[in-house]
Ligand binder design. Structure first.
Ligand code: FAD
Length: 693
């Protein structure tokens, strides 16, 4: 029986391993009969080792990317690898390959991981399956696996304001070396809170010599020859207009016509109507906080209380025109173009839907508003039209301080930087006010700009009480980055949403609100739902303590509604306490009118405790109010309470964490170290959850 059991288990594991990569994996070893190899080859090649061999690639750059930055970094590294060091390389979305083949990578190849960490030390959506190989309940890569042949490089993208800084890159690095793989050079870590780009550049300087050493490449032969063109861009003369993508996301032109069974996700957002929008602030200045209700009733989309909704923005017309103008494309914005990767092994043949137009690219597909990177500026130097503009660009690209002041802190996008170079170019500027940088090949613009990414919002409604209507609570973002200049930077998505709400408000830039082919007409926006771990306890009796100042209150509106619903269903619901903070009770107190009834329904022990920072001489924040109620909160914690923190990741979340630590010292009699460990354990066991940004 015992032997039979072992054999049975072994068979199940073997079958499941084959099944997971079934439709693609067809040449792991020579053990399978030929007929089986072809029978299962129904999709793109997932065996990256085989692909590398077929394509004669020595290095593969995998990326785990949520917002496109890790993908962008992987492409930049791959380009440098082949262009400068003459080593053939490919980039790869880690989701698209069967990573169990890591054990088959030959020792003269190199695998590079560019991995972002998301939220509470989690992998990005496209890296979840890979993560499970090491960290799942039954990890495929366990002690018995050997990766002795594998040489790897790792760079992590993280944010120091989060507890689990760069956890994905760190854990991956540890696991790989435990399994015998050999890391080349130091592990790189970039901090998005401070200077991600600078961290990345500094790490590269140290990494390349190790890279060359590992592959036996003579570093002194590094070339600075002609630029390697990554994308082919072709203007199309005769094109069937109906075949053009004018900003549609995914491969569908008209998702409305599709059947309800269609799966709406990050690659295929749903064009959802906004059924209600209102400004929650009562302020005379330009700050607004939008409450939106997004109607999902005509889709099969569902959500759970605590999930996130992703909204796909449109760039404003001022920036679209600015790019068109500086690049000399103003008259050609509606010209049809084809863009495709020239490298047959590129992870994406088309970086966005094509054929398309310059206008659609600037409006919908490219992140034209992000600050330009130093590396991008450097790559444009040779195309600057005059000596003086060349010099300005070079200085911005090479002098860190000048870059920081004029681009980084000033939040200047690429077109604005190019305008700056034009301004500095005395004499010629007036003559060539438009098209000054028409000298820049457009494929370099495509290569330099990332894809426009969706913005995430913590859903502020309860899935039980409004299953087909998602509420969003979003504060509009408009700021003057530097005191010296009278220049306002507008948050891409929140101002787009604001213009949908108030189309007549000309104080902010205009947007194409009707969308491509009017598909977004009548207040529609492209959305998809992202599952989150931020969830109420199953055991409704447990107390919950929520801390959510500002828009951090968003998910807690959903939580409180959910608790009321549970109570109405006859369940016993434990104490529910919400700490909320804002500037003034009469200006920006979000959902002020709703809380009294909700907490009345929840009963005596449940309440909202407020902190209004601008109503007292000394500023009072949520963490101060939390501290005042320390003894009671500790009592709840001892009863198994769940702690939730949402909103500002930088200061508030850290202070709140420290406040909970202080409770364990003051009321739990623990030492500082014991108290820190206690709170850490709460996090590990899921009793302390954060949804911060
Ligand atoms: P963008 O154009 O993306 O600009 C934002 C960037 O501007 C920032 O990243 C920062 O680099 C820069 N910036 C901002 N202020 C300044 C300044 N003063 N000086 C210099 N630079 C500055 N937001 C909500 O309002 N409500 C929510 O419920 C919510 N939930 C979220 C949940 C998650 C999981 C995440 C990741 C984010 C959430 N956000 C929420 C934030 C939201 O996704 C957007 O980042 C926010 O709405 C701004 O988007 P935007 O496109 O208008 O701004």
């Amino acid at each position: 029986i015992f032997l039979g059991g072992i054999l049975g288990l072994g068979t199940i594991i073997w079958i499941s391993r084959q099944f997971r990569s079934s439709s693609f994996k067809y040449d792991n070893s020579n053990s399978k009969p030929d007929n089986q190899k072809t029978a299962v080859n129904t999709g793109p090649e997932r065996n990256f080792v085989k692909l590398m061999k077929q394509q004669n690639r020595q290095v593969i750059f995998f990326y785990g990317s949520q917002t496109g930055t890790a993908e962008d970094y992987a492409s930049r590294l791959a380009k440098e690898c082949s262009q400068k060091y003459g080593v053939s390389a490919m980039t790869a979305d880690i989701e698209l390959y069967d990573m169990t083949y890591l054990d088959a990578v030959p020792s003269d190849n190199l695998v590079v991981f560019v991995m972002a960490t998301y939220g509470e030390g989690e992998p990005t959506d496209n890296a979840v399956e890979f993560w499970e190989l090491f960290n799942g309940e039954e990890p495929e890569f366990s002690e018995s696996t050997t990766l002795e042949n594998l040489k790897y490089i790792v760079f992590g993208l993280g944010n120091k304001t989060y507890e689990h800084y760069n956890a994905v890159a760190r854990v991956l690095d540890t696991r790989l070396s435990e399994l015998g793989a050999k890391r080349i050079g130091e592990r790189g870590e970039g901090d998005d809170d401070a200077s991600l780009e600078e961290d990345f550049l500094a790490w590269q300087e140290n990494m390349w010599p190790h890279f060359c050493n590992a592959l036996g490449v003579d570093e002194s032969n590094a070339q600075s020859g002609p630029r390697q063109v990554m994308f082919g861009v072709e203007e199309l003369d005769a094109v069937d207009k109906t075949s053009l993508f004018l900003g549609e996301l995914g491969e569908w032109k008209n998702p409305e016509q599709l059947h309800q069974t269609v799966v709406y996700d990050a690659k295929h957002p749903y064009q959802a109507p906004i059924s209600l929008s209102r400004d929650l602030f009562n302020e005379s200045d330009d700050r607004h906080c939008l409450h939106l209700e997004i109607d999902l009733s005509k889709s099969n989309l569902t959500y759970q209380t605590g999930d996130h909704i992703a909204i796909w923005p449109t760039n404003n017309e001022v920036e679209v025109e600015r790019f068109g103008s500086i690049l000399g494309l103003s008259d050609k914005l509606d010209t049809a173009i084809m863009v495709e990767a020239l490298d047959s092994a590129a992870s994406k043949k088309h970086p966005f839907p094509v054929p398309t137009t310059y206008r659609a690219l600037f409006r919908h597909y490219l992140d034209i508003c992000a600050p330009a990177s130093r590396q991008t500026l450097m790559s444009l130097v040779e195309y600057a039209p005059t000596e003086s503009s060349k010099e300005t660009l070079r200085q911005l690209a090479t002098d860190k301080d000048v870059y920081r002041i004029k681009v980084g802190e000033a939040m200047r996008n690429l077109a604005e930087v190019l305008e700056l170079c034009q301004d500095d170019d005395e004499g010629t500027a007036t003559k060539m006010s438009s098209g000054f940088f028409s000298t820049v090949p457009f494929d370099l613009i495509v290569e330099s700009l990332s894809r426009l990414q969706p913005r995430y919002y913590s859903i502020s409604s309860s899935a039980s009480t409004s299953p087909k209507s998602v509420a969003v609570t979003a504060v509009t973002l408009a700021y003057q980055p530097t005191k010296e200049e009278d220049r306002t930077v507008y948050g891409v998505n929140t101002n787009y949403l604001w213009r949908i709400h108030a189309p007549e408000d000309n104080s902010i830039p205009a947007y194409d609100l009707n969308g491509p082919r009017d598909t977004l007409k009548n207040q529609k926006i492209p959305v998809h739902i992202r599952r989150s771990q931020f969830k109420l306890p199953r055991n409704t009796k447990l107390p919950v303590i929520m801390v959510g100042p500002g828009t951090g209150v968003a998910p807690f509106r959903g939580f409180v509604q959910e608790r009321v619903y549970q109570k109405q269903q006859g369940k016993e619901v434990g104490p529910t306490v919400l700490f909320y903070g804002c500037r003034r009770s009469d200006q920006d107190f979000l959902y002020k009118d709703e809380w009294p009834q909700l907490f009345k329904d929840l009963g005596e022990e449940s309440r909202i405790i407020t902190a209004f920072s601008r109503e007292t001489e000394q500023k009072v924040y949520v963490q101060h109010r939390l501290k005042e109620h320390g003894e009671k909160m500790w009592e709840y914690m001892e009863q198994g309470a769940l702690l939730y923190v949402c909103g500002d990741a930088k200061n508030m979340a850290r202070d709140v964490n420290q406040t909970f630590v202080s409770f364990a010292i003051e009321f739990g009699g623990k030492t500082e170290q014991q108290a820190q460990d206690y709170v850490k354990n709460l996090r590990t066991s899921g009793r302390y959850q954060e949804d911060v940004w």
